[in-house]
Design a protein around this ligand. Structure first.
Ligand code: KE4
Length: 428
């Protein structure tokens, strides 16, 4: 008899492509049937069959407080009772804009949108409009949402222009994107030497989280800032994932780099659809209705979603919040690594703030090529064994994991014990 998740997956696949509304949820990379989630509370989620999991995905980052935090739910409930959307300015959007600009000194102004894709797409159009240039630089393995200019992989040679990495992206669009190697400061220097005056913007995940977690080399981010300043290009920090995840002033505060534009999402919505782009006033004032760069959105700044985001952002500003979050994330990484080492399994793990990576490779990868050396079959085996034991990791070896404030030390010990049992049977 097929279980409830399989029944739902069969129904879903009849009417939704792949049975999901976002591809990674389909478990194509790890195989098997994805649990259909019926609800969540704190560090745990429960599937349609009633099975409970400790959740290390947290909706891909937003649920930094854990699921159904009472203050966040209350804020959303109160906002909903006043009406769901007006398509007109509301006070709460001003509160959010003022808070973001206070928390991030690089933000003079900010525009709220409904997804990370919208935020990065708008920031790129703005950078092109501001500079009058077309060329965009991104990095292999970084993901910034699914707008055409960003679905581009490296061309044949490192300095040739991009090829589409998705169907439906015209070659004419892809050729304006140059995909370089993450953490390769010399490669960035060569690209600017060759194309600098044509580069409108560089967009980068200041901590990469979409090829699994890859930490930046200090000289890499510094080099981007120097090159963009020297050539008049716009440096865009895509902090949709790292924003208020790696620290109270995001990755830009952690590494002391001031981008020209920043994109945000995930945590700033607390699980509801809120994202944003913002930065230097002279650039932001080029956005409609002030300037010539058009950008718009029916539900941008939606008061119900913003209420959830504001409640979340206020709670993560509590003294010591990020120190405690990082302590737990580091404990998980260290204890998983110790369990693997005890049983001779080639494994490593690392964290930056409340995001982490686990790798079936002796040491954490430092770029896309090293990520591709990780043992994907070993990851899939680990993933399914942990899922069966009630521990929900990201269903792909190319995704980061996320800790929440709701995870207790006992939760983490439970996960580590389950992993120890998996590694203990590894050779079997
Ligand atoms: P959305 O359009 O999915 O809200 O945001 C796109 C995006 C932009 N920038 C960064 C750095 C991101 O990580 C993302 C989205 N992250 C993925 C997780 N790898 C979302 C999960 C999904 O695609 O379903």
């Amino acid at each position: 008899m097929t279980d409830r998740n399989q029944q739902l997956f069969e129904r879903a696949r009849k009417r939704i492509p792949g049975g999901v509304n976002s591809p990674v949820r389909a478990f194509r990379s790890v195989g098997g049937t994805p649990p259909f989630i019926a609800g969540g509370k704190g560090s745990r989620i429960v599937d349609a069959g009633g099975k409970s999991y400790l959740d290390y995905v947290g909706s891909w980052g937003p649920l930094i407080l854990g699921h159904a935090h009472p203050e966040v739910v209350a804020a959303a409930r109160e906002a909903a009772a006043r009406g769901l959307s007006f398509g007109a300015p509301t006070e709460i959007e001003v509160d959010m804009a003022e808070l973001l600009c206070r928390l991030l000194p690089s933000l003079d102004m900010v525009r709220l949108v409904s997804s990370g894709t919208e935020a990065t797409m708008s920031a790129i159009r703005l950078a092109r409009g501001h500079t009058g240039r077309d060329l965009l630089v991104k990095f292999e393995g970084c993901y910034h949402g699914h707008s055409d200019s960003l679905l581009v992989k490296a061309g044949s040679g490192l300095l040739t222009f991009g090829n589409p990495s998705s169907g439906g992206v015209p070659a004419d669009v892809a050729r304006h994107t140059l995909a370089l190697d993450y953490n390769d400061a010399e490669g960035v220097e060569r690209a600017f030497a060759q194309h600098g005056e044509r580069i409108a913007a560089v967009i980068v995940e200041p901590v990469a989280g979409n090829m699994n977690l890859v930490a930046p080399r200090p000289e890499f981010l510094r080099g981007l800032r120097e090159q963009c300043t020297r050539h008049g290009s716009v440096l865009i920090f895509d902090e949709v994932m790292t924003g208020f995840r790696v620290g109270p002033s995001c990755a830009q505060g952690l590494y002391g780099i001031r981008p020209d534009l920043t994109t945000l999402g995930k945590v700033i919505g607390g699980g509801m659809p809120v994202a944003a782009f913002g930065g230097r006033r002279e650039i932001m004032e080029k956005i409609a209705p002030l300037g010539p760069v058009y950008q718009a959105g029916t539900l941008s700044g939606n008061p119900l979603a913003v209420a959830s985001g504001l409640a979340t952002l206020r709670l993560v500003q509590a003294p010591g919040f990020f120190a405690e979050l990082e302590r737990k994330t580091r404990a998980l990484c260290d204890d998983l690594s110790a369990a693997a080492a005890k049983h001779g399994v080639a494994f490593s793990a690392q964290c930056v703030g409340g995001m982490f990576g686990v790798y079936f490779r002796a040491a954490p990868p430092r770029n896309f090529a090293e990520v591709m050396q990780c043992d994907k079959d070993a990851f899939n085996r680990f993933f399914h064994a942990m899922l069966a034991a009630g521990h929900y990791f990201a269903p792909s070896p190319f995704e980061a994991g996320f800790m929440s404030a709701a995870h207790s030390d006992a939760d983490i010990a439970e996960t580590v014990a389950a992993a120890e049992a998996v590694f203990g049977n590894w050779q079997a």
